[in-house]
Design a protein around this ligand. Structure first.
Ligand code: ADP
Ligand code: MG
Length: 310
């Protein structure tokens, strides 16, 4: 089977969220283990990943240095994190495959995601990113063209567009590398947000949800399975209450009905449920939400939240 796996924050940072170089290397090395297991079982794997903490750190550096070194735009930050996380995944997976005695190679693509230039997010950005700044700190960045909103009692927070992903622009390269036998890492951080302007592709200041891009990537690659790998075993109803219970195997119709009851938080589980449901609605494949360590069992249909069209 062709399986697209989206790695969440816990696959790339320490359990407490720390993102020192060694934390990222350790988390990725741990993630490489179950992934190499799927490959050993004969599956073709494509990886994508989030980049929230990594971009957060780059933004912090931009803010601190804004008076000295011009801050770089978000599409540049996205490209930087694709490269460093991609390199770390390549090293970790090379090692995991070598430990299993085979010579599969991994390659990470710097890859762009097309969004609509007239996506409503660009006119009124709502996605908060980075830390809270003082008014003086924010002023410098506003002079560099960034948009901020005041959060009462907390300070100033940068807001950006979070447009819908429309197309994975570098898919042909991913396909060619898959055909050549590589495990491909692409569309990290949702892909570098790109618009078509006067016939040319240009990067834009935005953040694309990595789970929604993963759904699009899986659909465009005609994958059999999309796995959103996170730090919980599945999507949970009445999350955080004594009635909490995990969703198992469900149809797309059932999942749409459940999601309408507001069980899934907007910034976390919500987009994951949307991603697996979309994928299942648009393909004959299965969309899965589960934890990294359970990927193998979930693909076999035994655990996790699993959505199929019906
Ligand atoms: P990732 O970093 O892997 O992309 P997030 O941290 O954004 O993932 O989302 C996963 C988190 O969503 C879980 O750790 C959990 O705290 C939270 N969450 C919110 N609502 C739910 C729910 N209904 N079921 C399960 N997890 C939920
Ligand atoms: Mg997280």
């Amino acid at each position: 089977m062709r399986i697209v796996i989206a790695l969440g924050g816990n696959a790339m940072t320490a359990p407490d969220g720390r993102a020192r170089v060694e934390d990222q290397q350790a988390a990725i090395a741990q993630a490489a283990e179950p992934i190499s297991g799927l490959v050993a079982d004969g599956h073709e794997v494509v990886l994508t990943h989030g980049n929230g903490p990594q971009v957060g750190n780059l933004l912090f550096k931009n803010e601190l240095a804004a008076n000295v070194v011009p801050p770089v735009p978000l599409d540049w930050c996205g490209a930087q994190t694709q490269a460093t996380l991609g390199m770390t995944l390549m090293n970790a997976l090379d090692a995991a495959f070598a430990a299993r005695g085979f010579a599969k190679r991994t390659i990470a693509l710097v890859s762009r995601t097309l969004v609509d230039a007239d996506d409503p997010g660009f006119a009124s950005p709502t996605k908060p990113i980075g830390r809270h700044l003082t008014e003086d700190e924010a002023k410098v960045l506003i002079e560099h063209g960034q948009q901020f909103t005041e959060v009462p009692g907390k300070g100033w927070r940068r807001v950006v567009a979070s447009p819908e992903p429309r197309a994975c622009l570098d898919l042909a390269a991913a396909e060619a590398l898959l055909a050549a036998g590589f495990l491909v890492v692409c569309c990290g951080g949702g892909g570098i947000p790109t618009v078509r302007r006067d016939g040319e592709l240009v990067g834009v200041e935005a953040v694309i949800d990595k789970d929604l891009t993963a759904a699009l990537l899986a659909e465009e690659l005609a994958a059999d399975v999309l796995v959103i790998a996170t730090d919980v075993d599945g999507a949970v109803l009445d999350w955080g209450t004594p009635d909490a219970r995990q969703v198992g195997g469900v149809s797309t119709t059932e999942m749409r009905a459940i999601a309408a009851e507001q069980h899934f938080a907007t910034g976390s589980m919500g987009p994951k449920v949307e991603a697996v449901t979309r994928f299942a609605e648009r393909t004959s494949g299965t969309g899965i939400i589960t934890s990294l360590s359970l990927i193998g069992e979930a693909v076999e249909g035994r655990v996790g939240t699993r959505v199929t069209a019906a």
